[in-house]
Design a protein around this ligand. Sequence first.
Ligand code: ASP
Length: 306
Amino acid sequence: MRAIIGTWKMSFAGVEEGLRMLKDGVCAGEAVVHAVKRVEDEPLFRSVGYGGLPGKDGHVTLDAAFMDGRTLRVGGVMSVENIQNPILAAYRLCGRKTNCLLAGRGAEEFAIRAGLPLRDMRTVESMNRWREAVAAQPDAAWEAYRGHDTVCVLALDDSGNMAAGTSTSGLFMKEPGRVGDTPLVGSGFYCDARFGAAAATGLGEDIMRGCLSYEAVAEMRRGMSPHEACRKALDALSARKKELEEESGSISLIALSPDGAIGAATTLPVFPFAAGSGTAAALYMVENASDGAIRAADEKKLKAVD
Ligand code: ASP
């Protein structure tokens, strides 16, 4: 049984290609890396990789991670500026016993040693976006801009292995050095091929408080379906935040089980994601307010919240 799932509409092409790779016998890890890299390379997707969202200081800094579900090995980079594909650096780091999570300069030096391509990740569009934001509110205490997103991809291959990959530029106008949940194991992603994989997108500062991805996989270990597990992990954090009299921020979770079943949950009105199994991939969505069921993506509903 092979299956793959990715966050947001932007993951669709990568998920489709990843599924084709799985069908051709490529392992889950390679399919995940391909699907994430596809998004990193596309400047139109402005919250990931090349052309990502700049921070307050006008620098585009990126976070990415990879986890192998058979070995529980993890690799990740955070706050990197010039690595063309942060997911490739994370994938390479994943084989290591120590020093598998590298930040900033150290991560970039690793990428150079590993022969990975470097690139100025800013584009004319990303810098224009930054200039406009600074001009509009020069002294503002910046709120998290709602356009921030993470590409998260989970895959299961025919031999039963699973993998998870994540990549993001984080929050628009973030403070220099800010890191979210995306490269943090258990928060932004978790993958144990015995029980399943999960990954999160949304406000990282909230996601990490609930170790949401680990929680979702733990629920699968306790016997829940990936769909129930996503809802339960998200509801538990929302309930706790309510007790603390905090609003529940925007968070979405995806999950995949070792038998190829998918799951998703969101606090947003509607959350689109791509998924496929066997030979066909499609775009789906879940809504917060409805019964929470997974449905085929409804373009009208998605447009309304764009
Ligand atoms: N989770 C990411 C971060 O906080 C952003 C997102 O997925 O929207 O950096």
